[in-house]
Design a protein around this ligand. Structure first.
Ligand code: KG4
Ligand code: ZN
Length: 340
């Protein structure tokens, strides 16, 4: 493909994936390379210092590979984009420092984006004509937020988790079941042949006027239940346990999002973040929303997980509006969806 649009070279390094992408301003992906740091798997979670060092080790090679495999003339790259919050501070600094160096040496603008907004903007890849109003459910390893965009990139946070994030709950439940990290994809797979009514688990904040989420009670209920069982029980009921846990996490996400959109006449829902890769959420949300004429968009699985194409997608509007960052901009780890 020969793009006629300006190109954005983007970096994502907020957690344990180093990713480099080239996207044009019509949201066509030319390259989206993701290097996942499997070294953390031995530790059952992400080691921040190890993550920073691996980003540093990989980022130049991945950038050279993206340029070489697409045979893009670097002179066609019009801007550098990078996510600068939220995330692991050391990891963010590696990506930002590399992006700053490139922007300075190539004499092109630097565009900094919020990682959660980037997850939402992954929906523009393949749907470049999407327009607000829409609600976005951002469900990742560290975040669970329901936000509503009324116009442009202006938005309000409708609800968020008061404790654990949806992805974190998948990961912690998997750990209790003796399953590997990250737990979400494993539970998703095991749940395919399980009975979701096997174990009754709590749904928190179950009032019609409450748009927040809470998963720590669910985690405690799983822990308490398993404390009375032996390994044999877990092994022989693993599919049913996975299905029960998955449904307990997904059901409030679907019910609260659809209810809010129905009550506020919002016609469109965007799913975003790693948990948007979940097969039950991808089936249930469109089915529930469709009953009220609400349309649901969801990026392909690869674009739900951390990747740099979504960072470039979030940078497109800023590029068009000339909203650039200066080279003294800092990364910061603060949680939440923010326009920056
Ligand atoms: O967005 P993401 O790649 O990284 C963060 O920004 O956190 O999300 C990672 C999270 C992990 O908690 C992982 O278990 C979860 O997304 N996840 C899933 C699935 N695939 C990834 N959760 C449920 N079902 C899945 N298929
Ligand atoms: Zn993410």
């Amino acid at each position: 493909m020969k793009p006629t649009e300006d190109l954005i070279l983007a970096f994502e390094s907020s957690c344990d994936d180093t990713s480099v992408a080239i996207l044009d301003t019509q949201y066509h992906i030319l390259s989206n390379i993701i290097s996942s740091q499997v070294s953390h798997n031995d530790f059952g979670g992400i080691l921040p210092e190890l993550a920073s060092r691996l980003h540093l080790k990989n980022i130049l090679y991945l950038t050279e590979t993206a340029i070489q495999t697409t045979a893009v003339d670097p002179a066609r790259i019009a801007a550098i984009a990078v996510s600068i919050n939220p995330g692991l501070i050391g990891s963010l600094i590696v990506g930002l420092s590399f992006a700053k160096g490139l922007a300075w040496s190539m004499n092109i603008p630097l565009i900094t984006v919020n990682h959660l907004l980037a997850h939402i903007f992954a929906n523009y890849i393949g749907n470049p004509d999407l327009k607000p109003p829409y609600a976005a459910l951002v469900v990742s390893g560290g975040h669970t937020e329901l936000v509503c965009f009324n116009r442009g990139t202006e938005f309000q946070v409708i609800g968020k988790t008061l404790d654990d994030a949806a992805g974190e709950t998948f990961d912690k439940a998997a750990k209790l079941l003796g399953l590997p990290f990250p737990g979400g994809p494993v539970i998703d797979q095991l749940a395919q042949s399980g009975n979701s009514s096997f174990l009754a688990l709590p749904r928190a904040l179950n009032r019609k006027d409450d748009h927040n989420f809470s998963f720590s009670g669910l985690k405690t209920a799983i822990k308490t239940h398993l404390a009375n069982q032996d390994e044999n029980y877990i092994r022989s009921h693993i599919n049913d346990l996975a299905a029960s846990i998955q449904t307990a996490i997904i059901e409030p996400l679907v019910n609260k999002t659809v209810r809010w959109c129905k009550n506020h006449h919002i016609p469109t829902i965007l799913l975003a973040g790693g948990v948007a890769a979940n097969s039950l959420l991808r089936q249930w949300m469109p089915a529930a929303a469709g009953k009220h004429g609400i349309r649901v968009y969801c990026p392909p699985v690869k674009l739900c997980l951390d990747n740099a194409a979504m960072v470039a997608a979030a940078a497109v509007t800023k590029y068009r509006n000339g909203k650039f960052s200066t080279l003294d901009v800092n990364a910061f780890s603060t949680k939440g969806t923010k326009e920056i």
